[in-house]
Design a protein around this ligand. Structure first.
Ligand SMILES: O=C(O)c1cc(=O)[nH]c(=O)n1[C@@H]1O[C@H](COP(=O)(O)O)[C@@H](O)[C@H]1O
Length: 241
């Protein structure tokens, strides 16, 4: 994956996922399978999408004791996806264990999946951080701290909102990966997301990759919406070079 535009394949039925992908015949995509799809369809969905030539972000957000996460990551490594994640809230030992498991499970001669950690969900607001999680620090400082701990644990990057990318680059360097969901085309509903930006803003703010679900999957013309997102995301890159 290179500065990917990742489509979140969050569908309530396998048939709906497959019907959605018929809008993209002949295109190689960066796709995300999350808990909704993986729990329903199992590992077969990964195989199916890989056979179609797509690159995969397997978003299971592991969060458990270090040994459990290590063994789970070892098992997931056999699926040979491109990107996997854990929750940074699991702490440094858990994240280091995730990396160990991933390395142990990666077949010799194969490239290890990139491993990133969710800092604070993009559905979390500053107010929720304090009222629900009892974290009384500004969101950007909390996220930058989680990013620093993630880097110290040997991971490749984080999931965050584009609003925090500059602080993360300052804390961890600009080569530390920032994958940013919470992307909306102008005028689209935020729905359950709180820390949102447009694709163009994500690029301006320096995101390495973006994750886009409903702005594409719920569009009347998903292919047109995808290419609108892609144009904003890439056009802006040319302007900022
Ligand atoms: O790890 C993720 O992918 C993730 C982290 C996060 O903080 N926020 C977030 O929205 N996501 C995922 O990104 C996708 C966003 O979907 P939309 O809100 O429909 O664009 C969903 O599949 C979420 O599970």
């Amino acid at each position: 994956m290179q500065r990917p535009l990742i489509i979140a394949l969050d569908f309530e039925q396998k048939e709906k996922r497959q019907a959605f992908l018929t809008h993209f015949k002949g295109e190689t995509l960066d796709l995300k399978i999350g808990t909704e799809g993986f729990y329903r369809e199992g590992a077969g969905v990964i195989e199916e999408l890989k056979n179609q030539g797509h690159r995969i972000f397997l978003d299971l957000k592991l969060h458990d004791i270090p040994n459990t996460v290590k063994q789970a990551m070892k098992a997931l490594a056999s699926l040979e996806v491109d990107l996997v994640n854990v929750h940074a809230a699991g702490g440094q030992k858990m994240m280091a264990a995730a990396r160990e498991g991933l390395e142990a499970g990666t077949l010799a001669g194969r490239e290890r999946a990139k491993l990133i950690a969710v800092t604070q969900l993009t559905s979390t607001s500053e107010q929720m951080l304090s009222s629900d999680l009892l974290i009384n620090q500004p969101m950007n400082e909390v996220v930058a701290h989680y990013a620093r701990v993630t880097k110290e644990s040997g991971l490749d990057g984080v999931v965050c909102s584009a609003h925090e990318v500059a602080d993360i680059h300052q804390a961890c360097g600009s080569s530390f990966l920032t994958v940013t969901p919470g992307i909306r085309l102008a005028g689209d509903e935020a729905s359950d997301q709180h820390r949102i930006v447009t694709p163009a803003e994500a690029r301006e703010k320096g995101s390495w990759g973006i994750v886009v679900g409903r702005s594409i999957t719920k569009a009347i013309d998903p292919n047109a919406a995808y290419h609108q997102v892609k144009t904003e995301w890439e056009m802006n890159a040319c302007q900022t070079k």
